[in-house]
Write a protein that binds this ligand. Structure first.
Ligand code: ADP
Ligand code: MG
Length: 253
């Protein structure tokens, strides 16, 4: 059964989608069978692996709201070993449509149970909120990977996220653990980044990944070509660090 990892942080622009796409692709690159699940209505990770949202007739909305089978919605990407459960803007309505439904927090968990045998890793790209979509993701997951941007106020909002994780552990998913905190978009030219790293390490200790993701122009460019960094520019620093991250995640077990 595949190990299911949520990439979550309710702050936007911290590197969730970039990390979901590139961790998935790097895990697949070394031979793991990987499913990336896009549960953000913006659908950026769907297009980030080269799937045109305009060509998708069923998406994760149909799985969550209409209980359509995940295997009917999953599509292959152009990378070997990497499939995606795509999202489209239709998903924006799900947060409200799910409210009055039975077992609304376990819809994704149930759907992934049907397909998890086929994968070694399932990586879920969460939206920038702590609503029902993120709750579905955390409920379905073995662990949560938290990207934190190396910026002022890096820790702001994290207590809210950790509180949500605790509530999910208590009521919906006892076994959920923190996979790790990933420092992203480090600008090595400033002292600020180093200060943030110290601050985050003081708080999260051994839970912080050794791998730190620097700001890298190629990482920013790759999505507009619909390619993970390992395909777009395998020799870039950005590719190298996401390969390192994938190794750490595999070593975590
Ligand atoms: P989130 O999913 O948390 O909103 P994204 O992964 O979409 O964050 O990142 C926000 C923006 O920053 C995107 O335009 C993305 O391409 C860019 N970006 C993310 N990580 C890096 C990085 N390490 N170097 C350069 N640009 C990055
Ligand atoms: Mg995103």
């Amino acid at each position: 059964m595949g190990r299911i990892i949520s990439i979550a942080n309710q702050k936007g622009g911290v590197g969730k989608t970039t990390s979901a796409v590139n961790l998935s692709a790097c895990l697949a690159h070394v031979g793991n069978r990987v499913l990336m699940v896009d549960i953000d209505p913006q659908g950026n990770s769907t297009s980030g692996v080269g799937v045109d949202k305009g060509d998708v007739d069923q998406c994760i909305y149909n799985v969550l709201v209409e209980e359509c089978g995940a295997e009917e919605v999953i599509v292959e990407t152009s990378m070997p070993n990497l499939d995606v459960l795509p999202s489209t803007i239709q998903l924006a309505g799900a947060e409200i449509e799910l409210v009055p439904t039975i077992s609304r927090e376990v819809r994704l968990k149930k759907a992934l149970e049907e397909v998890s045998e086929k994968y070694d890793y399932i990586v879920i790209d969460c939206p920038p909120s702590l609503g029902l979509l993120t709750l579905n993701s955390l409920t379905a997951s073995h662990s949560v990977l938290i990207p934190v941007q190396c910026e002022y106020y890096a820790l702001e909002g994290l207590s809210q996220l950790l509180n949500t994780v605790r509530l999910v552990q208590k009521h919906l998913n006892h076994d959920l653990v923190i996979e790790g905190v990933l420092l992203t978009m480090l600008d090595a030219r400033t002292n600020l980044g180093i200060q943030v790293i110290d601050e985050v390490k003081k708080y999260f200790r051994e839970k912080v990944f050794q791998t730190v993701i620097p700001r890298n122009v190629r990482l920013g460019e790759a999505p507009s070509y619909g390619e993970p960094i390992i395909k777009y520019d395998a020799r870039s620093k950005g590719a190298q660090v996401y390969v390192d991250l994938a190794e750490e995640v595999v070593a975590n077990g």
